[in-house]
Structure formats: C-alpha cells, structure tokens
Design a protein around this ligand. Structure first.
Ligand code: FE
Ligand code: MN
Length: 360
C-alpha cells in the first residue's frame, strides 16, 4: 500500500508497510544502523524543522563590516576594561566553539542512529565552524596576536577550568561505547545536557551579555553583530540538544531516576560556580554600567530556564532577569538591518533549489 508523506512543501510517496518498519527501527540510540542516509520517513520531525531554521539563519563573518571596530580598537576612547572584555570573549570562544564542534561530531553524531538526527547535528557542527571562523576574522581585523588567544586558553585558570569541566565528560564517550549499557546511556544523556544546557545554554551567556552590553553602547558594532548572529545560532543548538535529551529519556525511561536527576542538577551547580568565577575575571572592576553581581544573578536566571526546560528542579525559583533589555537585544528577528537582505537571499535560493529538486 502506498501513502503520501508531507514534509514542509514537499511530498513523498512511500510503501506504507516498509515505511512503518523503517519508522519503528529509528531510535535516538541503538536504532537500525545503516550506511545509507535514510531520512525518510522522518520520525523526529522537530530535528528537520530545526535544521530548516538553522539554514535560514546562515551567515558568513565577511558579510560584517569591521571598520568601526578597528577605529575604536586603535583609538583612545575605550577603557581598558572594554578591551579586556573583548580579549576575554575572543580568548574563551576561540577554544570553546571548537570543543563544542568536536563533541557534536565525535560523540553525539556518532552515537545517535536516526539519520535526521545526524543531519541536524552535522549542521550544528558546521555552525561551530562558522563561529570559530568569525573569531579568526575578529583577531585578524583587530590585529591581535593569535598566540595571545591560545595563551589565554592555557594560562587563565577560569577559562581552563570551564573547558576542562566539559571535555572530561565528552572524552569518556568516544566511539564504540556500548549504548545498551545503562551506565553509558546516562553518560550520554549527561553529555548532551552538559553541552546544550550548561555550556552553550548557560556558560556562554556571561560573555554574550557583556559583549552585547558594549554593543548597546555603540562599542564594537561589528563584533556585537557577529555575537548576535552567534547567539541566534546558539539558541537553536540549545533547543536541538534539549529535544534530543528529552527524546533520549523518553525512549530510555529506566535512566531517569531521582539520583540521575540530582546528578544533572549538581552538574549545573558546578557549571554556574565556574561561570561566576569567570565573570569575576572578566569584570575585575565594575565598569561601564556592568556589575559583577548583576551578571551573576543573570547566570542564575538563565540556568533556571535551562533546568526548567528539561524538567529538572530550579535552583532559584521566581528569580527575575536583571537585564530585561538583553532579551530584546538577543531577539534579532525584530531588528531590521542590512543583514536581513542577505538572510532573505539565502532563504530564497534554498527554496528555489527545492522547487527544481521536485521537478526532476
Ligand atoms: Fe557556537
Ligand atoms: Mn553552539
């Protein structure tokens, strides 16, 4: 029996019995292993939807003007703490983006079995490449010595500790982990929670907030814009890893014990503590309206949103966002700027491509 399946504006005719069999064999982990990329029939439609959102947001660093940033960097109007925040931003993210991409490609994308999950995770890793590339673009535009960034990663203890905190979990899960073992299932769930909710979801937000505060004061408009686009991508990564986590738990409910939930909450507590130490390093003096205490409560607020999102207990129930303006700066969909043009072009060319695919 044949049936028509619809995905977006495309439709596909599939043999019903075979489709149901293939559908049943799709799982987050321990599903059918196949070399062919059998996307159809889609089981995890949310994954494909996120993939489509991601490609509609495509951007390239060179599309952003750095002239004003260069003038400001070389001029005398900036304070030392403004420059320090930018250096910390470039120093931390240069390593962090790579660490996330590495975990997605070598751990998460390897261990999941459904092709639509591999598809969206491939895009996720690519976006980390774009972010890493945007940092190269900032470093070369401002004329910062690249060895200085590497030195920051090695020598600033709060950056080192944040990075070690995530890599020690991902290194336990390299290829060939037996995913039928509940111990490994928990490690995998913890990895996805750690990277999506603790690192990208919480530990990225201290610097995001600081750099966007500078941007709001018309400092570093090019860098600010790149971080806005990066942040928009990160929101999709957090969402993707949140869905993946929830789906993994749904399919493997035996790991969702009270002990395991508490282990995850403790992981978030550790992430928050590391982030607060890091914030103190970024803001050694309360400058340009940025206070260390406000950033710390911002992190508490963000962390609770992440815990809530995956059904875990909150640490500061009822906490208010100390930076309501930041939510607005972060929501760039509302903003009209030169870049909208380019985003539309990417969307247009992709929908044209899909029309011609259908006609073939
Ligand atoms: Fe990133
Ligand atoms: Mn990311």
């Amino acid at each position: 029996m044949e049936k028509v399946f619809k995905i977006g504006n495309r439709s596909f005719t599939l043999d019903q019995d075979k489709a149901e069999e293939a559908f049943a064999a799709k799982k987050v982990i321990n599903g059918r292993k196949t070399e062919a990329f059998n996307l159809l029939p889609l089981k995890y439609t949310w994954a494909y939807d996120i993939y489509r959102d991601m490609k509609a947001n495509h951007w390239e660093p060179e599309d952003i003007q750095m002239q004003k940033d260069i003038e400001q960097w070389q001029g005398s109007d900036l304070s030392d703490s403004d420059r320090w925040i930018i250096r910390m931003g470039i120093g931390y993210f240069s390593a962090a983006e790579g660490i996330v991409g590495d975990n997605i490609i070598h751990v998460v994308r390897e261990l999941v079995t459904a092709p639509e999950l591999k598809l969206v995770l491939g895009r996720h890793a690519h976006e980390e490449n774009v972010h890493a590339d945007s940092l190269l673009y900032m470093i070369s535009s401002l004329g910062i010595n690249p060895h200085e960034c590497e030195a920051m990663f090695e020598q600033i203890p709060t950056i080192k500790k944040k990075n070690e905190f995530v890599t020690r979990v991902s290194h336990e899960l390299r290829r060939d982990a037996d995913m039928t073992d509940p111990v490994n299932k928990k490690k995998f769930a913890r990895d996805i929670f750690l990277f999506g909710q603790c690192m990208e979801g919480t530990q990225f937000y201290g610097l995001f907030g600081m750099i966007l505060s500078l941007y709001r004061q018309n400092k570093f408009p090019g860098i600010g814009q790149m971080f806005q686009y990066t942040l928009r991508d990160e929101s999709n990564h957090i969402k993707l890893l949140r869905h993946l986590f929830l789906e993994l738990i749904r399919e493997n409910p035996e790991i969702w014990t009270e002990d395991f939930k508490e282990e995850l909450v403790q992981t978030m507590i550790e992430a928050i503590a590391l982030e607060k130490e890091f914030i103190a390093d970024c803001l050694p003096v309360s400058s340009v309206g940025l206070s260390d205490a406000d950033f710390c409560s911002y992190i508490d607020y963000i962390a609770d949103r992440r815990l809530e999102g995956v059904g875990l207990r909150q640490l500061n129930p009822g906490i208010q966002n100390p930076f309501p303006w930041l939510a607005e700066t972060m929501d760039i969909k509302k903003e009209a700027n030169f870049f909208e043009q380019r985003v539309t072009e990417y969307q247009k060319s992709s929908s044209l491509a899909s029309v011609s695919d259908d006609e073939l």
